[in-house]
Ligand binder design. Sequence first.
Ligand SMILES: Nc1nc2c(c(=O)[nH]1)N[C@H]1C(S)=C(S)[C@@H](COP(=O)(O)O)O[C@H]1N2
Ligand SMILES: [Mo]
Length: 324
Amino acid sequence: MLIRKGSDVRASEITDEKDYMDRRRFLGRVGGIGLAALAGPTLLGASLAGCDASAARADSMSGAGSEAGDAPPDDKLTPYEDVTTYNNFYEFGTDKSDPAANAKSFRTEPWTLEVAGLVAKPAKYHLEDFIRPYALEERIYRHRCVEGWSMVIPWLGFPMASVIKAAEPLSSAKYIQLTTLLDPKQMPGQRRRILDWPYTEALRLDEAMNPLAIFAVGLYGKMLPNQNGAPLRHVIPWKYGFKGAKSIVKITFTERQPATTWNVAAPNEYGFYANVNPEVDHPRWSQAKERRIGEFRRRPTLMFNGYGDQVASLYSGMDLRKNY
Ligand SMILES: Nc1nc2c(c(=O)[nH]1)N[C@H]1C(S)=C(S)[C@@H](COP(=O)(O)O)O[C@H]1N2
Ligand SMILES: [Mo]
């Protein structure tokens, strides 16, 4: 269902093959997880087994194509180097190169994660225990920043839905909030009030339950680099990049729609929904096109980032100009 055969990604287009798999280090870090994915439907098995990463990639352009089948024929992976040096992570500075430079010594072990709010099973976990029950899958997703650039990233993660089910939300739970670590000692950006720290994001529970919504612990087959949100971030491919909080320490289930960092910072520019929508401009610029990092010409932005066939029904009956 999630994975379309046939392919937007050709082996000849794949870069950074040497960086792709560092399985021992990755699996060593996350313990016994991962191998279960060999039996999974996503063909991640091929990449985890290290035998044919290109085949796994070729078959796992998740959600490629929208209702109109209008995925550009030339989606290909953004080189690892770009994915890990051109970042937004304001806790480590506001320039694209800051996170890679300033997050080098960020400590992600040990890491505690709290599940709280309207659930039958609130708990505090060591990251390894939190992750252990879930099989890692590779998901190759388009990643569209609200600023107008985009990438294609092979994430390693597991569905947010798995975590939500395990937490057993009460019937009153309608939203899920994700909170980033607050630690000004380690995060120089938090010593300035650029944003209301800690960074928080939130989704409606049904959005978070959509199979495309994942928690990611890696990319390109490796542990998440610090600048990309180690050790755990979430990825919502049909929304602008800011909806994916990095370095998550808390997951809270709520009845009311939670405040979100960017919505609080500039409510007329960043809505709660933040669905990628080429028809709704940002007040200061058009969202009709995007520049894929590594390319020069701009390409059209796709409705719901090209994942409309899988997510449009979440918004049926809603005015997407009002609910931007
Ligand atoms: N905690 C935190 N999460 C964050 C951000 C941030 O500044 N802090 N930036 C967001 C934005 S604007 C984008 S586009 C993506 C960037 O993710 P990437 O650097 O892995 O591409 O992270 C999002 N998550
Ligand atoms: Mo962004």
